[in-house]
Each structure stands twice: as structure tokens, then as C-alpha cells.
Ligand binder design. Structure first.
Ligand SMILES: Nc1nc2c(c(=O)[nH]1)N[C@H]1C(S)=C(S)[C@@H](COP(=O)(O)OP(=O)(O)OC[C@H]3O[C@@H](n4cnc5c(=O)[nH]c(N)nc54)[C@H](O)[C@@H]3O)O[C@H]1N2
Ligand SMILES: Nc1nc2c(c(=O)[nH]1)N[C@H]1C(S)=C(S)[C@@H](COP(=O)(O)OP(=O)(O)OC[C@H]3O[C@@H](n4cnc5c(=O)[nH]c(N)nc54)[C@H](O)[C@@H]3O)O[C@H]1N2
Ligand code: SF4
Ligand SMILES: [Mo]
Length: 656
């Protein structure tokens, strides 16, 4: 039999949601490449996913259900059958529901897959958990603060069509590193020929390719944006027509802007006054100006407010009305899919509490109304990715906690599981993906049979529902039925045949742009956009732990080749900060604060600005001496939506 090509979609938590083509020979996936037809993928995947088939066929992939045999954390397991695993889970859940009520169960969904059927976007298993009345999960770890902030301003978090960057004349790459964290945008940026400005405390791969780089102190972006607007308004360059027709609250916001003089903003941001004035003048005189801001810059105490202010900027210049102008943060808000039909919250017997993903340590150790007694970890690796690693591990070590982990690999979190269930990978199951960096739905057709006894997440919960004796018919619908319900109004058959389908973005702003936001005021925030300073106390260095070029969160953290390329854990210090601590380039150091510590090798370089240290996320604790950067990060909420504050983190660096 000849080779067959099957269209699929990269499931990973990356804005680009690539469309891919799997080559299958004799039932085996022998090739994987980007789909040349997809206008954003353009035939290319990335350094990580070029190795995806290596992951799919990895010898250490989990292939059978496992039961813990050693103490929690020891990683000692025995192979059991699916029948044994489902029986044990059903018995434990029934006991917990009898004793504590079903809200003691927490289905903890991570970003391992963004699939609507198998991954985060559709909360697989939610129908079953709803029938039981389990706690709901809020996926707060990634982007929620920024989305909430933009929505206050724009009425939607979905901004520009990223393909329109090709039409821009000035592009501000603001707190974003697309050459590492979603490189397909770069083609449109390059096609534009625009003047490129990077705004990032770190001189990243992206910043190196820009015409200009501003390195503000972390968490001060809202002040910078207000200062740039001060320059625009002082020049009389605001778009009075756009403001009159499409915005609300301009006189009040104008007053707020005038409080942020370039001198004051220079003191807050650590930038030179001249840099702020020059960029403000450039913005005043360049139409269309586009902003790409991504999740990095909102991992701060004032992260939501920062995006709220950034969304106002094109409202003052009128760029929202010009193709190639505006702001792109996440396109998720533009996909009108029938999520309620998929997750079926109408099946809940009564309202339930919602637990926040970023507060796992607290929920496991401090909450008792009821306590969390059963945790299902689905596509997540909280030991590696969550804040406050020490407390997360302490919580997962509770002997009375029943933990089920659905996984592909024996991660740090798997080591704390009572039962491990082997999950299918993307070429082995059906799914629908929507990117957050473009406007295409992408179809993923199963290409090969799963290895061993791996089951898709949807099938796992169908079987568990049966084992629990649940009779609700919605629990037993097939993946294809689920896809049809989700895609109501879209042409599923065309999507399936072509592999992708572009959706129409909704209007931005949706309604009038609100400089003054009654909704924000109602939620207890300043009705006007403002600057909210960083919150982590102490006077050490601000540690940014951004995306690694070679890992995707902790996925690939154990891939031998990508680990080799990533090298050892490094922490980058400015020469002045290194000298003040007696630290030389290449020295082994400990990075410490009140929450915890981890070990790294010092890299002395002016790639970071003074006062800032840089490292990357994605390491596995068990391969890093038991702790990673996440041991130093606080379980504290950002201003809006309960977002995480990974980059609002003060540390000290000491020689080892
Ligand atoms: N290779 C790779 N790609 C990824 C990921 C990965 O782990 N590896 N992760 C994926 C995920 S989950 C997400 S959410 C996205 C995130 O993608 P990004 O938004 O790009 O996330 P980060 O790398 O955290 O931050 C981007 C940049 O913001 C800068 N930054 C941090 N704090 C501030 C600040 O206060 N102000 C300003 N102006 N800049 C700041 C950082 O130095 C960094 O260079 O990427 C996705 N893509
Ligand atoms: N220090 C620091 N920490 C951070 C961040 C940061 O900037 N700095 N960024 C944060 C961000 S933006 C995010 S999104 C979070 C991500 O945190 P998590 O959501 O925990 O993501 P991962 O660590 O990649 O873990 C995902 C796991 O899912 C598994 N998986 C993949 N696909 C499937 C599937 O189909 N089924 C099942 N059952 N499992 C699957 C993978 O093997 C992997 O182990 O990390 C956060 N952590
Ligand atoms: S991780 Fe991002 S760039 Fe890489 S293949 Fe997946 S969607 Fe594309
Ligand atoms: Mo994320």
C-alpha cells in the first residue's frame, strides 16, 4: 500500500495552531510537515514540533494504566488493566461523593492540548463531572488578565486579524517574543516593511531583529503607554473624528493621560525621557500603527490594566479603523463556536464552586468547604508549570488526596498520581483546534491507531461514566457528534476536507470603545485606565521566566535532543548586577526568595537591563535537582480575572 496523507492540527498551546500533514505508511506515521496550503502555517512547523513524531513513538511514552506502589512522589507504579483502573476510580469517587459531596472533585485541565474535544478549550469530561456536580475549573494560568483588560476597553478580547500586520507601517512588538513563542507571525511582520520597535526588558531574538528596542522595567507598560499617549496628545495628533464617533469617556481619559508626563514615565519605567518622546512622535505620525502584545507582559500584578491601556492607544490614534492598525493579543474571542452545547453546564444538579488553576497549592492545603479530595489532572503538569512549586508538591503529597493523571509521559506530576491513565496523542484522535494567533479553525483527523492501550480523553470519560452507572445519554455521544454540536453554523464537511476554515472576525471595538469603563468600575476597579505597579515586595532582581525556544511549557522538557539544545538552566544577569554580587559568567548560582530556590548557571550579559534577571520556563523539577524557577513564584492573582504573575517575581542570586 502506498503512503497516505492525513490532515491534522498541532494541539500545543501556541498562537499559531499549525495545520499539518501526516504521512502514513502501513499504518505507521512516517512523516510530519506543515501544510503548505494553510496561509499562516505555510508549510513550516517549528523546532519543537519537527520532533513531534519522535515524541509519539518515544520508548518512554505511557502505554498502559498504572497504579501507585510507592509513596507519593516516588514514581513507583505497577501496570494494571483499564478495568481495574476504572473500578478503582469509580469506587474512590463514590466514596468521596458520599463523604464530602461531589464538589470535593476537581477536574484540573491544563494546556497540553488546546483541542475542543481532547484538550483545554472543551474541558473533556466536563459533561460527566457536571452530572456528578463536581467543582468547575477556571483556566487562569495563561491569558485571562489581559483578555479581561482588553474586554473592558473593547467589549471583546479579539483584536486585529494577524495577517493584517502585512499592511502596517509601524509595529510595536510589546512584551512578546514571536520568533520563539509563535514564529508564523513574523512573515507578515516582514512583508509589511514596517519600522519595528520591540518593548521588552530582555533583548530577545525578536528584539534583535527590530529597528529599535526599548527595555522598560517589568510591569511598567501601562505607564509607558500613557506616556506615549501624552506625547501624541501634546502634539494634537489624536484622531478627533474617531474619538467622537467610536469612543466614550475621552475628556476624562485625556485628563488621566496628561498626568503621565514623559518625565514621570521615565522615572517609572527606567527609560530615557528622549526615548519616550521619540517613540510618541513616531506613533503620532505613522498610520497605520499596529501593536502585537502577547501573554508575557500581563503576568504581572497590573497585567490586566496594562492590556486595558494598550487597547486604548489605537483608539486615540484612530488606528482601530485602519486595516493594518490596531492591536492583536489573542484571536480566541473571534471564534463563535457553540461551547455551551459541548460542555453542557445545564447538566449540573445545582450551582457549583469554581477553583482557580493558579491557586492549586492553596486549594489543596487550605480549602475545606469541602476540601479537594479527588483531583483529575488532564493535560497539565502543575508541579512544573504552576506557581509555588513547594506548596503544590506539599498538596499533591497529601495521603488522603486521590489523584488521577491522564498523560503521555511520566512527568513530575505523574509521580504524585494514584492512578495514571495513558492518553492518545494528536495523530491518534479526532479534534478541532482554533488558534489564538490567526482566524482559522483547524481540523485534526486521526491518522494512526494509538500504541498500547492509550485512549482518547473523550473515550476515557465515556468509559468512566459507564463504570459509574450514569445514564445521561449526552455522556455517550461520539467525537464526531461532539464536533458537530460545537461547530453549529460552520461547514464541518468542508473543514474536514480542506483541513482549515477561516472565520469572520467580529467588529473591534465591539460597540463603542470605552476609555471610561462602567464594567470595570462595577468590578471594583478604577473606571479609567491607569498604571498599577508591580506587587512582589523585596529589593532583589525582577526575574522573568519567559518561553524557552526549545520547550513548550513543560512539554518536551524530557525530549533528549531538545534538552541537549536548551543546555543547562541559565539565569542572565546584567554585568552591573553580576559585579555587585561577585558573580562571574558561567558561575554556578542559587536563585532564592522567601518561597523557594533553584539552581542555575549565571550568564552575564547586557541582554537584560539592570535590575532584571532572565531565565526560561519548561524544565522538569526531577531533572533539575528537585526544583525549577516555579519554586520562587508566588501564588498571587493579577489584577483582573485571577491571572498568574510569573514575571512579577523578586529574587536574589547568590554564588553556590
Ligand atoms: N517555544 C515556545 N513557544 C511558546 C511557549 C513556550 O513555552 N515555548 N509557550 C506558549 C504559551 S503557553 C504562551 S501563553 C505564549 C506566550 O508567549 P509570550 O507572550 O511571548 O510569553 P513570554 O515568553 O512569557 O513573554 C514574552 C516576552 O515578554 C517579556 N516580558 C515579560 N514581562 C514583561 C513586561 O512587564 N513588559 C514587557 N514589555 N515585556 C515583558 C519577556 O521578556 C518575553 O520576552 O507562547 C506560547 N509559545
Ligand atoms: N515560570 C513560569 N511558569 C509558567 C509560565 C511562565 O511564563 N513562567 N507560563 C504559564 C503558562 S502561559 C501556561 S499556559 C502554563 C502551562 O502549564 P500546563 O498547562 O501545566 O502545561 P504543560 O506544563 O505543558 O503540561 C501539559 C501536559 O499535558 C500533557 N498533554 C499534552 N497533550 C495531552 C493530551 O492530549 N491529553 C493529556 N491527557 N495530556 C496531554 C503533556 O505531556 C504535558 O505534560 O504554564 C505556566 N507556567
Ligand atoms: S508549536 Fe506552534 S509553531 Fe510549533 S507546530 Fe505547533 S502551532 Fe506551529
Ligand atoms: Mo500560556
Amino acid at each position: 500500500m502506498g503512503a497516505v496523507k492525513v490532515l491534522g492540527a498541532c494541539p500545543l498551546d501556541c498562537p499559531d495552531a499549525c495545520s499539518w500533514v501526516v504521512t502514513v505508511e502501513d499504518g505507521v506515521a512516517t512523516g510530519l510537515r506543515g501544510n503548505k496550503e494553510h496561509p499562516v502555517t505555510r508549510g513550516a512547523l517549528c523546532v519543537k514540533v519537527n520532533r513531534y513524531l519522535e515524541q509519539v513513538g518515544a520508548p518512554n511514552r505511557l502505554r498502559y494504566p498504572l497504579r501507585r506502589t510507592g509513596p507519593k512522589g516516588s514514581g513507583r507504579f505497577e501496570r494494571i488493566s483499564w478495568d481495574e483502573a476504572l473500578d478503582e476510580i469509580a469506587t474512590r469517587l463514590t466514596g468521596i461523593i458520599d463523604e464530602y459531596g461531589a464538589e470535593a472533585i476537581w477536574p484540573f485541565h491544563g494546556t497540553g492540548s488546546l483541542g475542543y474535544l481532547q484538550g483545554l478549550e472543551g474541558y473533556p469530561g466536563r459533561r460527566m463531572f457536571n452530572v456528578l456536580g463536581a467543582s468547575h475549573h477556571a483556566a487562569t494560568i495563561c491569558s485571562v488578565a489581559g483578555s479581561a483588560g482588553l474586554s473592558y476597553t473593547l467589549g471583546t478580547s479579539g483584536g486585529m486579524d494577524p495577517e493584517d500586520f502585512a499592511k502596517s507601517k509601524l509595529i510595536l512588538l510589546w512584551g512578546t517574543n514571536p520568533l520563539t513563542s509563535g514564529h508564523h507571525l513574523w512573515k507578515f511582520v516582514q512583508d509589511s516593511g514596517a519600522y519595528l520597535v520591540a518593548i521588552d526588558p530582555v533583548r530577545t531574538k525578536t528584539a534583535e531583529r527590530c529597528d529599535e528596542h526599548l527595555a522598560p522595567l517589568p510591569g511598567t507598560d501601562a505607564a509607558l503607554a500613557l506616556g506615549l499617549l501624552h506625547v501624541v496628545v501634546s502634539l494634537g495628533a489624536e484622531d478627533t473624528e474617531f474619538i467622537a464617533e467610536h469612543t466614550e469617556g475621552w475628556p476624562e481619559f485625556r485628563e488621566r493621560i496628561m498626568e503621565f508626563t514623559p518625565e514621570r514615565v521615565a522615572a517609572i519605567t527606567g527609560l530615557e525621557c528622549e526615548q519616550i518622546v521619540a517613540l510618541g512622535e513616531r506613533i503620532a505620525g505613522t498610520r497605520p500603527t499596529a501593536i502585537r502584545a502577547s501573554q508575557g507582559m500581563q503576568r504581572h500584578a497590573g497585567g490586566g490594566m496594562a492590556l486595558r491601556v494598550l487597547g486604548c492607544l489605537p483608539g486615540v490614534t484612530g488606528d482601530w479603523a485602519i486595516p493594518g492598525g490596531g492591536l492583536h493579543y489573542s484571536t480566541s474571542g473571534h471564534f463563535e463556536l457553540d461551547l455551551p452545547a459541548l460542555v453542557r453546564d445545564d447538566l449540573l444538579p445545582h450551582p457549583v464552586r469554581t477553583l482557580s488553576m493558579t491557586r492549586l497549592g492553596e486549594a489543596l492545603l487550605d480549602v475545606d468547604d469541602p476540601p479537594v479530595q479527588a483531583l483529575f489532572v488532564i493535560g497539565a503538569n502543575p508541579v512544573g508549570s504552576n506557581p509555588d512549586q513547594r506548596r503544590v508538591i506539599e498538596g499533591l503529597s497529601r495521603e488522603d488526596l486521590f489523584t488521577v493523571v491522564l498523560e503521555h509521559f511520566a512527568t513530575d506530576t505523574v509521580d504524585y498520581a494514584d492512578i495514571v491513565l495513558p492518553a492518545t496523542m494528536q495523530p491518534e484522535h479526532l479534534d478541532v483546534i482554533a488558534g489564538y494567533g490567526h482566524l482559522y479553525l483547524v481540523w485534526n483527523e486521526p491518522a494512526v491507531e494509538p500504541p498500547g492501550e492509550c485512549l482518547s480523553t473523550t473515550e476515557t470519560f465515556r468509559r468512566l461514566s459507564r463504570r459509574l452507572g450514569l445514564t445521561e445519554p449526552a455522556l455517550y455521544e461520539s467525537d464526531e457528534e461532539l464536533a458537530r454540536q460545537l461547530l453549529k453554523g460552520h461547514d464541518l464537511d468542508r473543514l474536514r476536507a480542506d483541513g482549515f476554515l477561516k472565520v469572520q472576525p467580529g467588529p473591534v471595538p465591539a460597540g463603542k470603545l470605552q476609555f471610561v469603563s462602567p464594567r470595570a468600575q462595577f468590578a471594583g476597579h478604577d473606571p479609567l485606565p491607569t498604571y498599577t505597579p508591580p506587587a512582589d515586595p523585596g529589593d532583589g532582581l525582577v526575574l522573568i521566566s519567559a518561553a524557552s525556544h526549545y520547550f513548550l511549557n513543560t512539554t518536551f522538557g524530557a525530549n533528549p535532543e531538545l534538552r541537549r539544545r536548551a543546555g543547562e538552566t541559565r539565569i542572565t544577569l546584567h554585568p552591573d548586577d553580576a559585579a555587585a554580587r561577585g558573580i562571574a559568567d558561567g558561575a554556578p548560582v542559587s536563585v532564592v526568595n522567601a518561597r523557594g530556590s533553584f539552581e542555575a548557571i549565571a550568564e552575564v550579559s547586557d541582554r537584560v537591563r539592570p535590575g532584571v534577571a532572565g531565565t526560561t520556563k519548561g524544565r522538569w523539577a526531577k531533572d533539575s535537582g528537585g526544583a525549577t524557577v516555579n519554586a520562587t513564584i508566588a501564588e498571587r492573582d493579577a489584577d483582573f480575572g485571577g491571572g498568574a504573575v510569573f514575571h512579577d517575581n523578586r529574587v536574589e542570586v547568590v554564588p553556590r
